[in-house]
Design a protein around this ligand. Structure first.
Ligand code: GTP
Ligand code: MN
Ligand code: MN
Length: 389
């Protein structure tokens, strides 16, 4: 074996779900550049290209040290010609012209600003861009038709742009726990998404809720949101049956009882005094409502108003699907994507957040833990903190 410190010394597996990817790595100077190109491809509706750049970035995140020369990349998978060109340029010149011009481009910046609005996807943002709109303020100024989610997205734009801290996530965890236990004692609540992977900040806070007695979780979401609404803790909420299942999961589509997998996209009203209290820096302050709640987002200051808006995702899962839901909602998005690709391409199985279907045996494989699912898939168990692909 080659001496350690040489990135090519390690044998890099080609699926992200076969590798450990820590949160902090040694190659952000390269991965950030590749992720700009990935994001730009997504804005241009080129999913294949977007995933290719994301996979290349992910391989570099899994390296034990900083890439110093193209030699270091010799044995690595997933690095296409284009990614290699970009890496080479950065190694030689310190930056890539393509990446920098993309970053500066009007289209990239407008798409970033517009898709950054809660409730706005690439298609809508692209239509607005082609109509000459560039920012949330342009939408207000020109009186664009907005749906309820987008209205909330524009209204709370500044708050929702600010990263959510772990302390804020913990305060919200306490609130969600209180809400859930008030309406269903014995229910279990788990923090998901980036925070479960050990991130210190996130764009939202994700929770998975279940009850050990199967069936008890039925109809739970409206009870939770009603409780939260009565307490004045919700600025926005939309509960949907899990359409993800029908849209994306195809053959893994499980039996009928799984249609009740519910999801709630919400925006919480988080008192900043509660966050200060939790972080133990200062004593809890009085709630200073200034009556400025209805002003334009750009003029609202959470320091002064005493609260901020935070995106929260709630998911309710039947106990029998909890392990699959846990695996499916921990992320990262690329890690999830790679798990499903591995299952399909290498194992002839179909994985979703509800179930694992074995096409060879024609049966659903039951699991109580994430470890069991990795074992069914013939994969080494990767803990959440190493799923930052
Ligand atoms: P930040 O929130 O930006 O910190 O990162 P995150 O990893 O938490 O991302 P996000 O909140 O968008 O998603 C969390 C996890 O839930 C990811 O693994 C997603 O793949 C997964 N996820 C998001 N939407 C859906 C969905 O509709 N269905 C399922 N099953 N999973 C989803
Ligand atoms: Mn999240
Ligand atoms: Mn989320």
């Amino acid at each position: 074996p080659k001496p350690s410190g040489d990135p090519s010394a390690m044998q890099m597996k080609s699926y992200a779900c076969q590798r450990r990817t820590p949160l902090k790595h040694h190659n952000s100077f390269l991965t950030e550049a590749l992720e700009i190109l990935s994001q730009n491809a997504e804005y241009n509706d080129n999913e294949g290209r977007s995933v290719a750049f994301r996979r290349a970035a992910s391989v570099l995140k899994a390296l034990p040290c900083r890439v110093k020369s193209m030699e270091d990349l010799r044995c690595l998978p997933c690095l296409g010609d284009h990614s290699q060109r970009v890496i080479k340029e950065i190694l030689e010149d310190g930056s890539s012209r393509e990446v920098e011009s993309t970053r500066q481009s009007e289209q990239f910046q407008a798409m970033k600003a517009l898709t950054g609005i809660f409730g706005v996807g690439v298609r809508t943002a692209d239509r607005w861009f082609r109509e000459g709109l560039r920012s949330p303020d342009d939408l207000i100024r020109t009186g664009q038709q907005l749906n309820r989610a987008q209205q909330a997205g524009v209204q709370y734009y500044n708050d929702l742009q600010k990263p959510v801290t772990k302390v804020e996530a913990d305060v919200i965890s306490d609130i969600v726990e209180k809400a859930v236990h008030s309406v269903l004692p014995g229910a279990e609540i788990q923090l998901m998404g980036g925070f479960r992977r050990g991130k210190e900040v996130g764009h939202d806070v994700d929770f998975l809720i279940t009850h050990p007695e199967e069936g008890k979780e039925e109809g739970l979401m409206p009870k939770i949101t009603n409780w939260l609404e009565e307490q004045g803790l919700l600025l926005y909420q939309k509960t949907t049956r899990n359409s993800y299942l029908e849209k994306m999961d195809g053959p893994a589509r499980p039996p009928n009882n799984m249609d009740r997998f519910e999801r709630c996209f919400s925006i919480f009203k988080l008192q900043t005094s509660a966050v200060r209290y939790k972080s133990n820096f200062t004593a809890p302050a009085e709630d200073v409502s200034t009556g400025r709640e209805n002003e334009k987002p750009s003029e609202r200051d959470s320091e002064e108003s005493g609260w901020r808006a935070v995106r929260v995702d709630l998911v309710v899962s039947p106990y029998s699907q909890f392990a699959f839901a846990t695996l499916g909602w921990t992320g990262s998005k690329l890690f999830e994507r790679e798990l499903r690709r591995w299952a399909g391409q290498e194992k002839n199985m179909s994985l979703s957040s509800h179930a694992l279907y074995d096409s060879k045996q024609n049966l659903y494989l039951r699991a109580k833990t994430e470890e069991e699912i990795f074992a069914y898939l013939g994969l080494e168990f990767i803990p959440p903190s190493e799923r930052n692909a």
